[in-house]
Design a protein around this ligand. Sequence first.
Ligand code: SAM
Length: 294
Amino acid sequence: MSEKPIATPKRTADILRKYGFSFKKSLGQNFIIDVNILQKIIQAAGIGQSSGVIEVGPGIGALTEQLAESAEKIVAYEVDRRLLPILDDTLWNCDNIQVIHQDILEADVGAMMTSNFEANQPVHVVANLPYYITTPILMKLLREQLPVSSFTVMIQKEVAQRMAATPDSKQYGSLTIAVQYYTDAEVVMNVPRSVFMPPPNVDSSVLKLVKKTEPPVNVADEDYFFELVQACFAQRRKTLRNNLRHYFSGLADKDVISMVLDETGIDPARRGESLTMAEFADLANAFYRTVENR
Ligand code: SAM
């Protein structure tokens, strides 16, 4: 590469000036201006020369440019039309990048993968995500069961901690279960605000999610399971008995709820935050059998 990397304060400022680009806070635009952080993200993702990469939100191409040197092919979704001519310019000499102008939440990522990556090619999601839609993006990509091996993403620290949490912690909740049903989650590193332009007003972490080959528990119905988990955390301070009575009001009376809880052997006086994924699965399956009569 002849020019300096995009991810430096000076080069980024020059590019922004050249195009008269102003940040849109509403699109979560905080660009990375530190190449070392980008290299650490790529290393953590385990990207190699045969890897395919899906990036969400390339911005002016700071991460994309570094990925182009390590991976075989990168497909990047960018929603902000103003960035397209800039990316054409900043990434002009990388021939393994395709930018798609689309909202990732509306994209048919499965179809894109079929046409852009080999059937058995390892494909990873690597991104500095727009924070205002971190959870919808990750849940969309996880629930669609795409052939993606891992997700290495910069997100808000607080959300990363919730996704990687363990039972009996303040961060453990329905988001933890939703993410860990599909993946093994690990916070790779915390990142200072100073590596972004402009600095975000929340702390950030890099989170790595590695796809599980099999679901960790057997559930009769996934949607039912996730809903029941949410119900158990509806009021964190309340017991399972109370949260479930509220959730099932009109559908099942107190005695049925007590009977099902009894059947699972889970103490109704416990709180959602103390239950393991396996206990949630037992609970959901028992209610599914009895209340839904399946
Ligand atoms: N990757 C760049 C970097 O690290 O410097 C920019 C990251 S910035 C945090 C997030 C990027 O996501 C912005 O470029 C923003 O325009 C884009 N974006 C926001 N919402 C999006 C959406 N729904 N679909 C695709 N891209 C989106």
